[in-house]
Design a binder for this molecule. Sequence first.
Ligand SMILES: NC(=O)c1ccc[n+]([C@@H]2O[C@H](COP(=O)([O-])OP(=O)(O)OC[C@H]3O[C@@H](n4cnc5c(N)ncnc54)[C@H](O)[C@@H]3O)[C@@H](O)[C@H]2O)c1
Ligand SMILES: *[C@@H]1O[C@H](CO)[C@@H](O)[C@H](O)[C@H]1NC(C)=O
Ligand SMILES: *[C@@H]1O[C@H](CO)[C@@H](O)[C@H](O)[C@H]1NC(C)=O
Ligand SMILES: *[C@@H]1O[C@H](CO)[C@@H](O)[C@H](O)[C@H]1NC(C)=O
Length: 416
Amino acid sequence: MLGLGRIRAQPRTSRSWSFSEMDFDSKRKSNFAGKLLLATCLTVMCIIMIRHSPGFSGLSEFSRHEPGVTHVLVTGGAGYIGSHATLRLLKDSHRVTIVDNLSRGNLGAVKVLQEQFPEPGRLQFIYADLGDAKAVNKIFSENAFDAVIHFAAVAYVGESTQEPLRYYHNITANTLVVLEAMAAHGVKTLIYSSTCATYGEPEKMPITEETPQVPINPYGKAKKMSEDFILDFSKTSDMAVMILRYFNVIGSDPNGRLGEAPRPELREHGRISGACFDAALGILPGLKVKGTDYKTADGTCVRDYIDVTDLVDAHVKALAKATPGKVGIYNVGTGKGRSVKEFVDACKKATGVDIKVEYLDRRPGDYAEVFSDPSKIYRELNWTAQYTDLEQSLRTAWRWQQKHRNGYGSPLAMAI
Ligand SMILES: NC(=O)c1ccc[n+]([C@@H]2O[C@H](COP(=O)([O-])OP(=O)(O)OC[C@H]3O[C@@H](n4cnc5c(N)ncnc54)[C@H](O)[C@@H]3O)[C@@H](O)[C@H]2O)c1
Ligand SMILES: *[C@@H]1O[C@H](CO)[C@@H](O)[C@H](O)[C@H]1NC(C)=O
Ligand SMILES: *[C@@H]1O[C@H](CO)[C@@H](O)[C@H](O)[C@H]1NC(C)=O
Ligand SMILES: *[C@@H]1O[C@H](CO)[C@@H](O)[C@H](O)[C@H]1NC(C)=O
């Protein structure tokens, strides 16, 4: 549906380029500087971890249940959606433990959250790999979680076809580790991040929760497998399970505290909004729209774009309604499809940049139209999308992108 031009390796005239340039160059040459930076970052991280580990202060709010306070383990909380969800959970007076190994997330996002909620017992960050069952078990035995929201994953369709094992490992196997730890430690509420990619290429639109799931790439398959064993396990336990299948997530915190900052090396797999901002910033020469002869109103592909603020609200509502022994499966989308052309127009307006658009032939494997029927989540959780003005969502995200041209800075560094 949308392809990205190759990332150009020469510096641009504008200073905004420094981020990628630095990243790309440092890989090649400055081995020593890299090591030094890593050492510094690790030291800083150790300090944070010690400061925020329960034993340090002697007060271990995180290690005991407190009536009226829901302690949520947010896996992948340093990532795009997980950080936004953490912000909302903290605002709603929940207690949050983030577990993330920063393979794709940003410590800078965690720092922003800690600055917003510095009081003891609100937010703790634990640097750990969910693939490490021993580490995960230790975390569960030292903390009293009431619920888990499991975001941590690798999440690029294109990458999943190139590196399938990475996907089965980091989605399916890691989810099993989390579920086993929950079972072993009696944590009984799970909200799971799934995706419309589990549906594959359905014949009928819109997609309801009953639409058969026939995923067509390792990403969708890995998520579907995770859903399957979560559901099987739930039949044998009194766990409260909510599975949310997101459509295309866009936008960022309306107050500008958080944004989306994927690794530069993932740009080529990137999503449409990232590509649009990169084109507006001049990091990409322009946008390549692949396919203009689909059976849609304007010939370009149609997708369902859900604002991250709405998505996070769906998690909060799912958490509130989660019931022991019950499973809820919900699509989270707007119910309205937007064409790539509409998206690009909204992006041009939001950024005020006349982005160069190249219209090319179809790319194999793209389907014409994907959008949700979100009526079930409205009926059962009283959730509907509120942030449905595409241009507005993009304007919000663009504001953050402009102010954070280097994202959160180095992924392991804090923006002190
Ligand atoms: N962004 C979308 O459009 C979209 C759509 C549908 C579903 N989802 C799902 O939402 C979830 C969050 O996606 P996102 O866009 O925020 O991605 P993201 O890459 O920004 O965040 C994922 C986070 O998980 C962490 N992580 C990955 N593997 C880990 C491991 N083994 N141990 C510890 N931490 C690990 C990463 O460091 C990162 O911070 C994913 O499960 C994804 O599949 C996203
Ligand atoms: C994060 O976890 C993955 C396994 O899922 C591991 O391969 C990778 O090395 C870890 N990254 C860091 C920075 O620890
Ligand atoms: C995922 O798993 C693979 C092993 O299959 C590992 O090499 C990789 O570092 C892991 N982590 C991420 C974030 O991809
Ligand atoms: C549903 O949500 C709306 C606002 O989003 C609220 O005004 C209304 O009271 C809610 N209804 C129920 C039954 O909770």
